[in-house]
Design a protein. Structure first.
Length: 179
C-alpha cells in the first residue's frame, strides 16, 4: 500500500494516542498519559498522510463527568505536546453522547462526515482508521477505509478478522510499516 499526501489518517484517541483508563475516563490533563511511541510516531505519520484527524467517543461529557471546556483543555495540552515533538493533528472530533445509537458515536459515521465537511478533499477510500475497538474497525470499514487494529486493551480480539486489515502493537509500529 502506497500512502501519499492524498491519504487521510483517522485516529481513535483512548487506547491509541493515550493509555485508556480502565472502567473510567481521562477527566483532566494530569490523567492523560501518551501511549508508548506516539510522540515519536506523529512526525513520521505527518510525513506520509496529507491529513490526520482524531475521532473520539467521549461519553463522559454526556454523563456530566467532564465539560466541553474541560475536554478542550485536555486536547490543547495534547496538541501542544505533539507539536513540541514535531507532529501535527489537523482536527479533533468528539461525540459527547451517551446513547450507542447516536449518529456521531462510533461506529456510526457522523464524525467522519464532520471531518469531510471541514476538509472536502478527504476520500474515505484513501483513508485509514486506527483504533483499539471493534467499534473503530466498523466505523472505518463501513466508510470504505482500511483499518488498523491496536490490541492495547483487547488483545484477545481474533485476527485474522474480516473487519481488520492490519494489526500493529502501537502507533509507532504502524508509522514504521508505512514508511
Ligand atoms: Mg479507543
Amino acid at each position: 500500500m502506497t500512502i501519499d499526501n492524498s491519504w487521510t489518517l483517522f485516529l481513535d484517541r483512548d487506547g491509541v494516542m493515550n493509555e485508556e483508563i480502565k472502567d473510567g475516563y481521562v477527566l483532566q490533563w494530569e490523567m492523560f498519559r501518551f501511549s508508548e511511541g506516539v510522540l515519536a510516531a506523529m512526525p513520521l505519520l505527518n510525513a506520509r498522510f496529507g491529513r490526520i484527524v482524531i475521532t473520539t467517543n467521549q461519553r463522559c461529557i454526556g454523563r456530566g463527568l467532564l465539560s466541553e471546556e474541560g475536554l478542550k483543555v485536555i486536547h490543547t495540552h495534547m496538541l501542544n505536546e505533539i507539536r513540541l515533538h514535531g507532529g501535527r493533528i489537523d482536527a479533533i472530533y468528539h461525540c459527547p453522547d451517551v446513547n450507542n445509537d447516536s449518529p456521531c458515536r462510533k461506529p456510526q459515521p457522523g464524525m467522519a462526515m464532520q471531518a469531510q465537511a471541514e476538509f472536502p478533499e478527504i476520500n474515505f477510500s484513501k483513508s485509514i482508521m486506527v483504533g483499539n475497538t471493534m467499534g473503530d474497525m466498523k466505523f472505518g470499514k463501513q466508510l470504505g477505509m482500511k483499518t488498523v487494529f491496536i490490541p492495547s486493551t483487547k488483545p484477545e480480539t481474533p485476527f485474522p478478522n474480516p473487519m481488520i486489515d492490519f494489526k500493529c502493537d502501537n502507533l509507532l509500529e504502524f508509522s514504521k510499516i508505512i514508511q
